[in-house]
Design a binder for this molecule. Structure first.
Ligand SMILES: NC(=O)c1ccc[n+]([C@@H]2O[C@H](COP(=O)([O-])OP(=O)(O)OC[C@H]3O[C@@H](n4cnc5c(N)ncnc54)[C@H](O)[C@@H]3O)[C@@H](O)[C@H]2O)c1
Length: 331
């Protein structure tokens, strides 16, 4: 078992990360336990015992105001105090909404996140972003509330469907590009414990320096500018992870880094991630969806460009230059 501490700039905001081998070793003491239904189904017997349990179906439908209301109601029923602890065990959706509720009950109770998907282990659990979807639009409202504790147990991955595993592999591969090439080797060897540890170290370093996302934290959006367009253009038929993985070689190619794009796609293929853009995705559909990118400013959009492994930078492109560069790829 190893332990790492990330200290965030706010004095009350730090996160201890623990790694444990078995689900039975989680060693958490919830006053209220929020559980993903699939976790309960697949790992129920080994989970911590708690007299106040809320079970949620994972997926985007969990991140609604009605779930938030339900959780706050359960927090009231359980008579949670300011010093009570909420433990959430689930994927990124259940963790996002569970953390949102925990951040608002009594203006913030103790929070432990136990991610049960690879994506949540390598990314969503760390950094403090909580969120709810509004009118079908993702992450429209939220708080920044880092969990005081994250417990990683890769044994949860034994029950994860391959498509969900692929989403996490893609985000981990993105993190390798941003900050630690060794993550590729861990992923290829299926050494998920080391991969998660390394991903959290990269993300923790970046988030600690920029909790409000005004600078370096934007690097974590590598592949997401095009990725979100691909998701939107295919009405989410292409999953988030696959779309981000497709987005990374495109941004490399935009700036003429063909060798890196090829190498990245080769590694992604070995991990079972397809990076070839399907014919149905046209340049017009990409340009249309680009306008809703969160990094859009009056001057243009900030793109995250991979110059190579562990070497990414932010680049502001105005709409004309952006269109020129993308046209070369879609020729
Ligand atoms: N807060 C952040 O910083 C941050 C970062 C990245 C992504 N996110 C959010 O994370 C969400 C995606 O999270 P996700 O990819 O974990 O998806 P998810 O939470 O929807 O989980 C995917 C599916 O796997 C099931 N599942 C969970 N754990 C399982 C297990 N151990 N075995 C079997 N099935 C299991 C869930 O019930 C669900 O059906 C998105 O809403 C995204 O916005 C948040």
């Amino acid at each position: 078992m190893s332990s790492t501490k990330f200290t965030f700039p706010r004095p009350d905001a730090f996160t201890d990360v623990r790694m444990v081998k078995c689900v039975a070793d989680l060693d958490v003491s919830p006053d209220l336990l929020i559980l993903d239904a699939e976790v309960e189904k697949n790992h129920g017997e080994a989970l911590p015992v708690c007299s106040n349990v809320v079970i949620l179906q994972g997926g985007e439908a969990a991140k609604t105001l009605s779930t938030l209301e339900k959780l706050l109601f359960e927090m009231s029923r359980a008579e949670l105090r300011k010093d009570s602890r909420v433990v959430v065990i689930g994927g990124g959706t259940v963790c996002d909404i569970g953390a949102f509720a925990a951040s608002t009950w009594k203006r913030g109770v103790h929070l432990t996140l136990v991610p049960s998907t690879l994506l949540c282990m390598v990314d969503a659990s760390l950094g403090g972003k909580t969120a709810v979807n509004i009118r079908g639009k993702k992450n429209q409202a939220g708080t920044v509330y880092p969990a005081s504790e994250i417990v990683i147990c890769t044994a949860f991955l034994d029950s994860l469907p391959p498509s969900e595993m692929m989403n996490g592999l893609a985000e981990a591969l993105k993190t390798a590009v941003i900050g630690d090439r060794r993550i590729v080797d861990y992923l290829l060897k299926k050494d998920y414990t080391r991969a998660v540890e390394a991903c959290l170290t990269v993300k923790g370093r970046i988030v600690a320096a920029d909790i409000e996302e005004t600078g370096e934290r934007r690097l974590l959006n590598l592949g997401h500018t095009i990725g979100h367009c691909i998701e939107a253009a295919t009405k989410l038929e292409i999953s988030h992870g696959a779309a981000v993985a497709m987005g990374i070689p495109i941004v490399a190619e935009m700036l003429g880094n063909h060798a890196f794009a090829e190498e990245f796609s080769g590694i992604a293929a070995k991990l079972g991630i397809e990076t070839e853009i399907p014919d149905m995705i046209t340049l017009e559909s990409i340009l249309e969806h680009l306008e809703s990118d969160k990094k859009t400013t009056a001057m243009g959009r900030i793109w995250i460009i991979p110059d190579g492994w562990e070497n990414c930078r932010q680049l502001l492109l105005d709409r004309a230059s952006e269109k020129d560069l993308l046209e070369k790829i879609w020729q």
